[in-house]
Design a protein around this ligand. Structure first.
Ligand SMILES: *Cc1c(COP(=O)(O)O)cnc(C)c1O
Ligand SMILES: [Zn+2]
Length: 386
């Protein structure tokens, strides 16, 4: 029997996955895990599946089995203010973002539970990831997108052959309503299955530093799903006695859409929806984040913080990540590096601290804005090139 018991992070109520994905109190639920006996595994499953003991399901067949296990790269040329930087390169996942970790658990679960279809409300990385992972396991996939989206934006998703459904009406409401649908297992950004998979990034980071921990983890945040997943993993590792002091967690958002940063600064416990502006960091532009409360709790529990950055700083960060690190990272990820620069300036991160930057998504899907700088020479001149 598959585990389905969920617990609320806020009021401690329980429910089952078939019953509901959000608690009666309105907060998202996550899987209950028993990690008291957990130890760093010696199993050799690829990627994130070495942590199968903490996951609700075994690996799926196909590409989902290849999610996770991404490199953690010490990148001294990217150090800021004496803090020592490690890049967790989630762009190395099968479809180029950390979403593959959650899709893998969602798809594996849907197959094991005898579902024929999985669904998602996204037209970006999550849609691409869900469609690809479903394809690898022979599961049908339904991707719900806004009716007016340009076809160009869907090409990366369409290549994996999902059913694409254009929805007229309030796309925000669709997120909630899809979760209550019967028949299709919707694995949206902060649902229990997705969060279960996405917590493995923090397990990998902590295992790499074991028996210590890095002092800080900095990441871009939108729905708050990934930050909640990291919080969950840190709880589990504490229960297992594998970490003493959790790393401080820092959320970075684009200044044009930063509801979590505003709530953090105001000392609020809940995030209020905002009127968002345009930003190049479109993968993280959720103006009404469904996991906002969990995300705020993660920042406060660990003594971390939140910061927003304007697009000019994101562009400069993206360029520095490429030119001084060799990383092609999408704008929505590069915000985290711009945020780190601000955190160092504000003395929230100190010299010599070890900081992990989660590079959530690959830049290869994004059309580059950089102009090509080049010169032309005659073949005969090649020998005397300087
Ligand atoms: C989805 C996504 C995020 C934000 O993750 P949330 O779980 O919604 O907070 C950040 N970066 C990239 C590249 C993403 O695709
Ligand atoms: Zn609750």
């Amino acid at each position: 029997m598959l585990p389905t018991r969920l617990r609320c992070h806020a009021c401690d109520a329980t429910a089952s996955l078939e019953e509901r994905k959000r608690c009666v109190c309105g907060e998202p639920l996550w899987f209950e895990t028993h990690s008291e006996e957990f130890e760093w595994p010696d199993r050799r499953d690829p990627g994130m599946w070495r942590y199968a003991d903490l996951l609700p399901v075994d690996p799926p067949s196909g590409v989902g089995a290849a999610a996770g296990g991404t490199p953690l790269v010490r990148s001294p040329r990217l150090d800021v203010g004496g803090a020592r930087l490690f890049v967790k390169d989630e762009g190395e996942n099968p479809t180029g973002s950390f979403k593959d970790r959650g899709s893998a658990v969602g798809v594996a679960y849907a197959v094991a539970a005898g579902r024929e279809r999985i669904g998602t409300v996204s037209h970006g990385n999550m849609a691409m990831s869900t469609a690809a992972t479903a394809a690898g396991s022979g599961l049908r996939c339904t991707v719900c997108v806004p009716a007016d989206i340009p076809e160009e934006r869907l090409k990366n998703v369409a290549r994996y052959g999902p059913e694409i459904v254009r929805i007229e009406g309030d796309y925000g409401r669709l997120y909630e309503e899809s979760l209550a649908l019967e028949g299709i297992e919707f694995v949206n950004s902060d649902t229990p299955l997705r969060v279960a998979g996405q917590k493995t990034v923090a397990l990998e980071i902590c295992e790499a530093f074991a028996p210590g921990t890095p002092e800080a983890i900095v990441l871009p945040v939108s729905s708050g799903g990934q930050l909640s997943a990291i919080r969950k993993a840190l709880h589990e590792l504490r229960t297992a006695g594998l970490i003493d002091r959790p790393p401080r967690l820092y959320a970075v958002q684009a200044a044009a859409c930063d509801p979590i940063v505003r709530a953090f600064e105001a000392g609020d416990e809940r995030v209020s929806p905002i009127d968002a502006g345009e930003t190049i960091a479109y993968s993280i532009a959720n103006a009404d984040p469904p996991s906002g409360t969990r995300a705020l709790a993660a920042l406060r529990e660990t003594g971390g913080g939140a910061v927003s950055v304007p697009d000019e700083e994101t562009r400069a960060a993206r360029r520095r990540l490429a030119r001084e690190g060799g990383f092609a990272i999408e704008s929505s990820s590069a915000v985290a590096y711009a945020g780190l620069e601000r955190l160092v300036e504000r003395d929230e991160i100190e010299s010599n601290e070890r900081v992990v930057l989660i590079a959530t998504g690959s830049g290869f899907k994004e059309r580059t804005e950089e102009a090509v700088e080049s010169r032309t020479i005659a073949l005969e001149e090649l020998a005397s090139i300087e």
